[in-house]
Design a protein. Structure first.
Length: 182
């Protein structure tokens, strides 16, 4: 019952809204008709008395009267000379139509559906499993490399710190090395 009352209430509100809109539209139409100047109802512009055939004949007569053209008078430039009317050369096309177009697509190749076997190659460039490196020789080579690396870096840092022109570099190095050795 409560739902029915709510539905009836909504329906009454909708009817009231539509009624107001209709009244407002009537008032607006009446106000606009009062503001417009009255147009006499009896005076409607008459239909043309001429037929289509008569109008066509008039238009054709006007066109024929305007066709006789005066003889060509050469145009003059502001300086008084006549304007030259040259003919433009025929347009030359760069398109060559005698060349047969070729396809840029690669031709289809027949591929085998069988799996390919890897190619065999000799291992002559690879180290042999039977020859083992000498451990003493390897240790000597490693020691020489480390010694060269130490010797290369030491003079560079010493020179940077001793050279008075590179004071800025020395300051930067001191700031970088300070946290490591504090």
């Amino acid at each position: 019952m409560e739902k029915l009352q709510t539905l009836l209430f909504i329906l009454l509100g909708l009817i009231a809204f539509v009624w107001r809109m209709v009244k407002k539209a009537q008032e607006t139409a009446a106000q606009e008709s009062r503001q417009r100047p009255p147009r006499p109802a009896g005076q409607v512009p008459p239909l043309p008395s001429t037929s289509f055939q008569e109008l066509l004949k008039q238009m054709q007569a006007q066109n024929q009267a305007s066709q006789p053209v005066a003889p060509h008078v050469p145009a003059h430039t502001p300086g008084g000379r006549t304007v030259a009317h040259g003919t433009a050369p025929a347009a030359r096309s760069l398109e060559r139509t005698d060349v047969r177009p070729k396809s840029l697509e690669a031709p289809a190749t027949n591929k085998s559906l069988e799996p390919t076997t890897p190619t065999m190659r000799r291992a002559s460039s690879l180290p042999r499993a039977g020859s083992t490196p000498d451990p003493q020789r390897a240790a000597q080579q490693l020691a020489r490399r480390e010694e060269r690396a130490r010797q290369d870096s030491r003079p560079n840092v010493r020179d940077l710190l001793r050279n008075p022109t590179d004071l800025r570099t020395a300051f930067i190095l001191s700031e970088v090395l300070k946290p490591k050795f504090d």
